[in-house]
Ligand binder design. Sequence first.
Ligand SMILES: [Zn+2]
Length: 444
Amino acid sequence: MADKITADLVLTGGTVLTFDAAGTESTALAVAGGRVIGLGDVDHLVGPDTRVVDLYGRTVLPGINDSHLHGAWLGALWPGTLMGAGGMGEGAAAPQLTSPAERRAAITKAGDIVAALGITSYTEPGLGPGEDSGQTGCFSTGVLDEYAAMAAEGLLRARVTVLRLFGELDGPSTLADFERGMASRVPATDPRWLDITGVKIFADGIPPMRSAWTHRCYADGSQGHLLVDGTDPAEREANLRKMIDLAHRAGAQIGVHATGDRSIEVTVSAMADAIEAHGHAGRHYLIHGDLVGPDVLARLPGLGIGLNTQPGIAVLTAPWLAAALDEDAAAGAWPLRRALDLGVRVCLSSDAPVIEPDWRRWVAAAAEWMAAAPSPELMRHLLRAYTVTPAVQDGAESWKGTLEIGKAADLCVLEANPLHAAPADLPHIGVTMTVVDGRVVFEA
Ligand SMILES: [Zn+2]
């Protein structure tokens, strides 16, 4: 007789939001071997060694995936954030990570912070040689190596996706450095814990600093420019296109920081050319996308290009954007509702430690930004953009992002059902438990 399969962990007596395609809700969930093995009636899966947790009406949802979060930087800065003092650049002073021990401490701290928030996956958007002599040491090759070492030792408390960086963070890059970087060694890792999926490119800066490349002139008459190096605008654009083509041909995912309408147009056009020329999509995505125009936005679904956007930053920087450009530009910026309506692959994220990583605040900010009437459907949309959709961005939707039988047991438990909460109340709903790969990594 085969051994009876028993659960390691059972959560029962509450609501389980599976976020599967049918929107199935259940009352209990069983976990074994890091995977979901039962939903609904799970009593038969309880054995002598099963930990049974009574939810007392609380709600289980898939673990949060903050798909743009600088973990090592967050760990080094916390409890500070860049905008913590309420102004651009008036936040916490730059930390410095100089030794492997400091890098490990920062990553460990990030693991604590995200576990307490129910975050079970995040993307480190930019680690690599471009920052090896950087001011903070938070984005260096050494940080990536430390992640790889910790993953190998089983010490990560969240799954991490990494985009490599061959220029400076928020700064210039050259085609030569990019080519050298693409040819350089990638650490071998277990992709379920540390997946190095591609590259990050900085196309431009940000509108409030007048460094986004725009059609419109800023109040001082300037229009920004591409950060990619070149002798003139045409060469800058040509080099950005070459970078995108090279990375795409190599099968790398490409995340491009692009905020101005002009840099977004060039980026999407270059991605479209690469996809057409080489015949495969790449799960590429725009990061931020502040001033993305309606025509470009409408092209994204057909090209399979996603939008990774930060409603918290949209709300907090709106006055600066209006001051740098004008009220019209500010009113059309961060078109979250239109992107969702068009079926763009929208991921919501924090960009912590630019702002804090508390996704509950940024889901509320998204609802505020969209001026949407509260409804369970709205909440489901926004929460999917923090769970299901980022798993697609990670290329991991076959095994994480929803709570279905056989999928990874990455989940969090909330004090109340977020679908029935007003968005503004979401930040007050406590996270009481976080489970990654079937293991409890946080418990209130
Ligand atoms: Zn960022």
